[in-house]
Each structure stands twice: as structure tokens, then as C-alpha cells.
Write a protein that binds this ligand. Structure first.
Ligand SMILES: Nc1nc2c(ncn2[C@@H]2O[C@H](COP(=O)(O)OP(=O)(O)OP(=O)(O)O)[C@@H](O)[C@H]2O)c(=O)[nH]1
Ligand SMILES: [Mg+2]
Ligand SMILES: [Zn+2]
Length: 340
């Protein structure tokens, strides 16, 4: 079993009883931290999906993860019995605090450069094609400063090593504002990641990569003319309107959006080396675009000008679930997987 706090694989968690009450406690034999009872007791019913936001500072990691909580907790109303829940008091408080700040339009400050405590969010009955899906998202959010070099990654972000899928968060508008070259900065992040993983003894060839273009509401200068379909995708969640007719088309939609974004990466961002580097160093590479806010915020007051309206935020997570849980479970017979 994976301890969500020290990321050691342990045989079992140690069950004790709290000193001053009859409350049951589970602790990790490796780091001695208290692990949620439900996490340990129902471990095998809820496969872990490690959500690791990897990206430079201010590229929208925390905003994205908050939008994800909001989407999963409040906005998603699937009719198949779907609900999201927390497993301990601290995570429940984190989720509610974040969502409440979010609803008031308050954004977060930059994260400190420390190894973060993850927030565990359990998803029940996420609709799949044939069967619903249960899983636990283990969400890590750290400062972008941890990704400035391979040493920083190894020290402050070693949670990346255990995840079957890495999630790169790249804000093209921020790279442009800093006067940097988008293709070069994308390649820098990838290079740092590959070096950091080797320092940790990991191998990116065993991992999948999801490249997420963040703050996509600010990409209008790109998504016009030949690339208008990407703007429509961002706004509606569907790359081709015809696909929208049936839920069975959902994964096809994500695959087609990913292919189109790869084309965008080559033709618009001129990031050919990034594509080759990623494809040769990872098992698979997929692309997504998201807007956590839906519109640009007022930078002075750090509040949103309009009510936050997240776009496509579930899509990278669906890729993660497919790559982390469904494909390994049913490798070789994908057509019968839950979301396919
Ligand atoms: N227009 C727009 N702005 C965004 C969006 N997401 C984030 N921002 C802006 O980008 C700023 C930085 O976002 P964060 O999510 O805090 O960035 P981060 O990657 O967590 O930064 P560090 O914690 O420093 O690594 C926010 O304060 C917002 O102003 C988005 O979807 N659209
Ligand atoms: Mg942050
Ligand atoms: Zn532990």
C-alpha cells in the first residue's frame, strides 16, 4: 500500500486506538504519520491517481487545482450517482476553504517551496462507458520554484516519481510576457524533469506525460483563423460539435483534441524538439488545454472580474485516470475499458 505522505510502499498501516478516546487510528510504519482510516480500509476499492502539477512559478497550478476541486465538488452533477468526498478533517477543510475563497473570487499567493502535504479527494461513480469508476485523487501542489532545476525537483517534488503519469502545466501567455521563447521554455521544463527523475532513480520511459496548456482564455492571439476549433473546444469542451451527440464519444473527443493540440505545438509554437524529446522519453504523450478562471482576473485586487467559469479542467484528470488506472488494469483490451 502506498503511504500518501511519505510515498513509501508499505505492507500495511499500523492500527492503534487514540490515547484519550476510543477513536481508531492508522499510522504509516515508515513516516509515522496518521493515515485516514477510510484510505487504509478501502485501499483496494479506490485505486490511487497521483495528481502532480509540474510547472514553473505562476503558471497556474494552484488555480487549476482549485478549479478542479470546485468542478468536482460543486459543478459536476452527473446523473449516475457521482459524488466526491474527503477522507479526513484536514482535507475536508482544505477543499472547503479553497472553494469558498474561489467563490468569492480570491486567488492564492505563490506556494512556498516545501514538500507539500497532499489533499486526498475520493471520487465515487465517475461515469464510464460500461462501468462507473471509483478512485482516490492524491493531489500535490508545490511551488514552481521546485521545478527550476533537477536538484530542486528531487528535494521538493519527489512525489512526481511515483505517479504513472506526469502532468506539465505550461502557461504560454506567461512565457511570452516574460519575453522568453515558448519552445525553449517547454524544453527546459522537460529537460529538468527528465534529469530530476533520473536523480530520484525513476525512469520517465515508464511514465505517461500529459501536457496541459493553462490560462487558455488568454490564447486568443493563437486560436483564431486556422485554429478556431481550439477556441471552440475550450468554450464547449468538444473539439467537433458532431461528437457531442453521445457520451460514448467522450474519449474520442479527448484524443482528437490531444492530436490537434500536438499539431498546434508543432506548427504554432514551433516546439518540434519538445515533441520528439517527450515522445522518446515517455511511454505516451497527450495534450490538453484548460482555463481555471475562464477569464483574466483583476491583478491589482487579485479578485476575479467575473464569476470563475472553469473550462475543460476535468480533461487532464480523465487522461490521468485512463493512464494510471484503466490502461494498466486492462492493457491489451482497451476497447472494453470503462471510459473508452
Ligand atoms: N487569465 C487567467 N489567469 C489565470 C488562470 N489561472 C491562473 N491565473 C493567474 O495566474 C496567477 C498565478 O496562478 P497560480 O495558480 O497561483 O500559479 P502557480 O503555478 O500555482 O504559482 P506558484 O505557486 O508560484 O508555483 C493567478 O494569480 C492568476 O492571476 C486562468 O485560467 N486564466
Ligand atoms: Mg501555486
Ligand atoms: Zn508514510
Amino acid at each position: 500500500m502506498l503511504c500518501p505522505y511519505c510515498l513509501e510502499e508499505v505492507k500495511e498501516f499500523i492500527q492503534t486506538t487514540a490515547r484519550n478516546s476510543k477513536a481508531k487510528l492508522n499510522t504509516c510504519p515508515a513516516c509515522h504519520k496518521e493515515v485516514p482510516i477510510l484510505y487504509a480500509d478501502e485501499y483496494h476499492d479506490y485505486p490511487n491517481v497521483i495528481v502532480n502539477a509540474i510547472g514553473f512559478t505562476q503558471h497556474g497550478k494552484t488555480a487549476y487545482l482549485t478549479a478542479l476541486f470546485y468542478e468536482l465538488w460543486v459543478r459536476r452533477k452527473f446523473d449516475d450517482g457521482f459524488f466526491a468526498m474527503a477522507l479526513d478533517d484536514e482535507d475536508l477543510k482544505t477543499v472547503y476553504d479553497n472553494i469558498n475563497r474561489w467563490k468569492k473570487g480570491q486567488l492564492h499567493d505563490a506556494n512556498p517551496k516545501v514538500f507539500p502535504r497532499p489533499t486526498i479527494v475520493r471520487l465515487n461513480n465517475l461515469p464510464g462507458r460500461r462501468k462507473n469508476i471509483n478512485c482516490s485523487l492524491i493531489v500535490y501542489d508545490t511551488s514552481g520554484e521546485a521545478f527550476l532545476d533537477a536538484d530542486g525537483l528531487a528535494e521538493y517534488a519527489h512525489f512526481v516519481q511515483k505517479a504513472p503519469t506526469a502532468m506539465f502545466m505550461i502557461s504560454i501567455p506567461d512565457i511570452k510576457t516574460n519575453g522568453d521563447d515558448v519552445a525553449m521554455e517547454m524544453k527546459r521544463l522537460l529537460n529538468i524533469y527528465v534529469m530530476g527523475m533520473s536523480k530520484l532513480g525513476g525512469d520517465t520511459k515508464q511514465q505517461n506525460l500529459v501536457v496541459v496548456y493553462t490560462k487558455a482564455d488568454l490564447l486568443q492571439e493563437y486560436t483564431k483563423g486556422d485554429w478556431q476549433d481550439l477556441d471552440k473546444y475550450l468554450k464547449s469542451g468538444w473539439i467537433h460539435p458532431e461528437l457531442k451527440v453521445a457520451r460514448e464519444n467522450f474519449m474520442r473527443n479527448l484524443r482528437m483534441a490531444s492530436d490537434r493540440l500536438k499539431e498546434f505545438t508543432a506548427k504554432c509554437l514551433d516546439a518540434h524538439q519538445f515533441i520528439s524529446f517527450a515522445e522518446q522519453r515517455f511511454r505516451s504523450v497527450r495534450y490538453s488545454m484548460v482555463s481555471a478562471l475562464g477569464a483574466a482576473p483583476d491583478m491589482q485586487s487579485k479578485t476575479l472580474l467575473e464569476k470563475a467559469n472553469p473550462r475543460c479542467v476535468l480533461h487532464p484528470i480523465i487522461w490521468k485516470i485512463v493512464k494510471s488506472v484503466l490502461e494498466p488494469r486492462k492493457r491489451g483490451e482497451l476497447s472494453s475499458t470503462l471510459l473508452d
